[in-house]
Design a protein around this ligand. Structure first.
Ligand code: PLP
Length: 392
C-alpha cells in the first residue's frame, strides 16, 4: 500500500539523523540545539509543586492569565511597548507549534512566503502544507564571515510581489548566530512600506544576544509590529527544550485568528509547566539576563580552545551555535564530512547545507555550544586534531 505524501521530498529531520548517529557511535553531540544542563532547580521545583497542588487539568486556551500578565509586564518593560496580555499573548506547546499555528492561520493556498536560508527547517514544509509557495532569499554567509550584515535585502525586495503574504525573520539566527540590527530592521521596514505582507519573527533565542548587544524584537518596530507575530520559546530560555512551551505575541486582530487555529490543534499548553514558569519568573525577575551571560561564557570558553589554524569560525552574535568554515580541510560535502566526523572522530555536528536548498559559498558545519565545559573541552580537542582530511 502507498499513501500519496503531503510532504514529498522531506524525510527524517537532520537533527534526528545526526543525534541518532551520535548515540549509535557514542559521539560527543554538538549537533542538535539543546543544552546539556538542566533548567534551574527552582523552576523544576515550581513545576513539581504545581502538579502536587493539583494544577493538572486543561489550562485556559490562550494560557493561564497570570503567566500572560507577567510576560506582558516583562515584554513591555524590556521593549518599551504595550502588549495586552488578554488579547495579544497566546501560550503554546513550544515554538514549533507556534510557528505551525501562525503559518496555518496566515498562509492561504497560492500565497507566497519569503524565507531566508540557511534557516530553521520547519518553515518551508508548513508553508507548503498550507498550499503556500516558498520564496527563498540567500543569507550572505561570506558577508557574515567578513563581519558585515548577511541579510539579503536586495533579494528579499526582488522576491516581494502582490502575492507575498508573509516574510519570515529569525533573530538571533539559527544556524548562523547573526542578529537583526537596527539597520536591518530599517531595510525591512523600507521594503514592506507599501506591501500588505505580514512579518513572522522567530525570536526563540531572544535572551541569547552576546557581546553586550541588545535583541531587537519586531514588537519594537512600530511600522511592523502592527502586522507581525513574534515567536518565543521557554524551551530555549529555560534550558528545557523537552518541555515544549512557548508563546506567540501578535496584535489582537491577528491573535484572534491564531487562537482559532490553536484551539483545534492543541487547545492549550500543559498546565503545570505554565504555573511553574509563572512562579519561577515571578521570583526571579532578572532570570532572562543570566541566560546571555551563561551563553557568552560558553561561547568564549569554547572559542578560546579552538586553535586549529585551518578552521575559521564565523562571528556569532547570538543563539548557541558556532559555524566552522572547513573549506581548507574538506574534500567532500559538508554532509559527508559531518557523518565521518561523527563516526570516525566521535563528534557530531550539523552540516550547514541541511538548512538551505540554495547553494552555499563554502563548506560549513554548525556546532551547538550549550554544553558542559568538559564536553566543550573534549570537542575542541577533536576539532584541533583535524589536520587534514577525514577518510580521504
Ligand atoms: C529558530 C528556531 N525556531 C524554533 C525552534 C523550536 O523551538 P521549540 O523547541 O520551542 O519548539 C527552534 C529550535 O531549535 C529554533 O532553532
Amino acid at each position: 500500500m502507498e499513501l500519496t505524501s503531503k510532504l514529498p521530498g522531506y524525510g527524517a529531520s537532520i537533527f534526528s539523523v545526526m543525534s541518532g548517529l551520535a548515540v549509535k557511535h557514542q559521539a560527543i553531540n554538538l549537533s542538535q540545539g539543546f543544552p546539556e544542563f538542566n533548567p534551574p532547580i527552582e523552576l523544576q521545583e515550581a513545576v513539581a509543586d504545581a502538579m502536587r497542588k493539583g494544577r493538572n487539568q486543561y489550562a485556559p486556551m490562550p494560557g493561564i492569565p497570570e503567566l500572560r500578565e507577567l510576560l506582558a509586564l516583562r515584554i513591555n518593560e524590556w521593549r518599551s511597548v504595550s502588549v495586552n496580555p488578554e488579547t495579544e499573548i497566546t501560550v503554546v506547546p513550544g515554538a514549533t507549534v507556534g510557528l505551525y499555528v501562525a503559518l496555518t492561520a496566515l498562509v492561504r493556498p497560492g500565497d507566497e512566503v519569503i524565507i531566508v536560508e540557511p534557516g530553521y527547517d520547519s518553515y518551508a514544509p508548513v508553508i507548503e502544507l498550507n498550499g503556500g509557495v516558498v520564496k527563498r532569499a540567500n543569507l550572505k554567509v561570506d558577508a557574515l564571515q567578513r563581519g558585515e550584515s548577511p541579510w539579503p535585502w536586495e533579494e528579499v525586495k526582488s522576491l516581494l510581489s502582490s502575492k507575498t503574504r508573509l516574510v519570515i525573520i529569525n533573530t538571533p539566527h539559527n544556524p548562523l548566530g547573526c542578529i537583526m540590527e537596527a539597520d536591518d530592521w530599517k531595510h525591512l521596514v523600507d521594503i514592506l512600506k507599501d506591501s500588505e505582507a505580514k512579518v513572522l519573527s522567530d525570536e526563540v533565542y531572544e535572551h541569547m544576544v552576546l557581546d553586550g548587544k541588545q535583541h531587537i524584537s519586531v514588537a519594537q518596530i512600530p511600522e511592523l509590529a502592527h502586522k507581525a507575530v513574534a515567536v518565543s520559546s521557554f524551551g530555549k530560555t529555560f534550558h528545557a527544550t523537552g518541555w515544549k512551551l512557548g508563546y506567540l505575541c501578535a496584535p489582537s486582530y491577528i491573535s484572534v485568528e491564531l487562537r482559532k487555529v490553536f484551539q483545534f490543534l492543541a487547545f492549550a499548553a500543559n498546565t503545570p509547566m505554565q504555573v511553574g514558569a509563572y512562579q519561577f519568573l515571578l521570583e526571579n525577575p532578572d532570570y532572562e539576563f543570566t541566560v546571555a551571560q551563561l551563553m557568552q561564557q560558553k561561547r568564549d570558553a569554547f572559542l578560546k580552545q579552538l586553535t586549529n589554524p585551518n578552521i575559521e569560525w564565523l562571528p556569532c552574535q547570538g543563539a548557541y551555535f558556532l559555524v566552522a568554515d572547513i573549506g581548507k580541510i574538506a574534500t567532500k560535502s559538508d554532509a559527508d564530512f559531518a557523518v565521518d566526523l561523527t563516526v570516525e572522530n566521535g563528534l557530531a555536528s550539523i552540516p550547514l547545507s541541511a538548512f538551505s536548498k540554495l547553494p552555499l559559498p563554502g563548506t560549513y558545519l554548525r556546532f551547538c555550544f550549550a554544553k558542559n565545559d568538559d564536553t566543550l573541552h573534549k570537542a575542541a580537542q577533536i576539532i584541533n586534531q583535524l589536520t587534514g582530511l577525514i577518510n580521504p
